[in-house]
Design a binder for this molecule. Structure first.
Ligand code: GRF
Length: 190
């Protein structure tokens, strides 16, 4: 399945997908200087740069991104550390075909960029990661897969996030395969 990956950060999930042989046909970023964009250039993956400063509104930026992803023939959109909320038109254009990976056991610690810090601040003993479909309500779409991760004494955001990412790198590919199977069976994803 032709994947379009949206990313704003380090790009470890993107790297993992590429190294596992997934068909990444497009990488879109709002931060051209991020690690994910550097990786796309290094691997000669088609890279779409959609800095907000180049567009008059979020909607306009998302329309450009939607059109570019469609032109690349993207069948499934993967939010792999994309740090912006997608506009309604974008979500409608790829309805049921946008997957997000979030570093907590949703619905706990959703709706923000600091899920790992929130988990530490709350003193939870177990957190984890979630792979879910993206709907208009942030971090609230149907859950496909989750994995629990222990919080260990002495953890900081870096150490806990690293432990969570080990699981993300297993769970996101599994979620994509699950979707591929469901679509192959003609099932609706939602
Ligand atoms: C991941 O932890 C993901 O759950 C969150 O952003 C992070 C992206 O990491 N949404 P990376 O850029 O793929 O390394």
């Amino acid at each position: 399945m032709r994947l379009g990956v949206l990313a704003s950060g380090r790009g470890s999930n993107l790297r993992n997908l590429v190294e596992r042989g997934f068909e990444v046909v497009a990488v879109a970023t709002n931060r051209p200087s991020c690690g994910a964009a550097a990786l796309a250039r290094e691997r000669s993956l088609p890279l779409g740069e959609f800095s907000q400063s180049s567009y008059a509104s979020v909607e306009e930026r998302d329309r450009a991104m939607r059109d570019w992803l469609r032109a690349q023939g993207v069948e499934l959109v993967i939010n792999a550390g994309y740090d912006r909320i997608l506009s309604r038109d974008f979500i409608t254009a790829f309805e049921g075909r946008i997957v997000n990976v979030h570093p907590s056991l949703l619905p706990a610690f959703g709706g923000g960029m600091d899920a790992v810090a929130q988990a530490l601040a709350h003193g939870v003993k177990v957190t984890g990661c979630t792979v879910h479909l993206v709907t208009e309500e942030v971090d609230a779409g149907p859950i496909l897969l989750q994995e629990a991760v222990p919080v260990l004494p002495g953890d900081d955001v870096g150490s806990l996030h690293a432990r969570i990412q080990v699981e993300e790198h297993r769970l996101l590919p599994e979620g994509i395969r699950l979707i591929e199977e469901r679509l192959a069976q003609g099932a609706s994803l939602r």
